[in-house]
Design a protein around this ligand. Sequence first.
Ligand SMILES: Nc1ncnc2c1ncn2[C@@H]1O[C@H](COP(=O)(O)OP(=O)(O)OP(=O)(O)O)[C@@H](O)[C@H]1O
Ligand SMILES: [Mg+2]
Length: 185
Amino acid sequence: MKQERIIAVTGTPGSGKSTVARMLAEKIGAELVGVNEFIRERKLATRYEKDGTAIVGINLLEREINKELLKRKGRVVIEGHLLCELKIRNSCIIIVREHLPTIISRLKKRGYSISKIRDNIVSEATDYCGINASLNYERSIELMNDERFLGTAIRFTQNKLKPRNRIDLLIELEKVISKDPRLAL
Ligand SMILES: Nc1ncnc2c1ncn2[C@@H]1O[C@H](COP(=O)(O)OP(=O)(O)OP(=O)(O)O)[C@@H](O)[C@H]1O
Ligand SMILES: [Mg+2]
């Protein structure tokens, strides 16, 4: 069965991509590439926002990542929020999903503004990454960042899993807004 050489890991900021991608790469003996680090090293950002978010042209990023991945010979796990918007050659994609209250508390710890937290939880609730990933990748799976993540992700990389339905976290949006009305649109 086809096993893609590249495993992309995407998800909303604070969903835990970097954490679980590191664990996955170790387990399957793959190299790990972080998109944020790649953007910084290659100086691909046109500018940085006050909170450190890189603004980068999507076409340029897609081209540079594909070029870089061609140079690497073995399996690679690459992680980053923007990957859901890119077409990466010879890859499948895992979308890391996380409960909204967990994302809120992680982003608050980082000192993100309320409006930035709102944007991110709305993206998570409406499955921005999952919808984009399913448009850009032939094989994608959404997995909660929980104790089953690693085992299921490994099987996905071995192409041993049937396609899965989307995970619906929209119901959580109303609950978190009623707790903190500043998060309402
Ligand atoms: N499975 C997990 N077990 C324990 N802690 C976790 C797990 N996933 C994430 N975390 C914690 O949540 C925080 C955010 O995780 P992480 O930095 O991996 O998110 P991210 O999706 O890569 O965020 P960003 O998009 O901003 O890079 C970290 O402090 C990390 O330790
Ligand atoms: Mg990260």
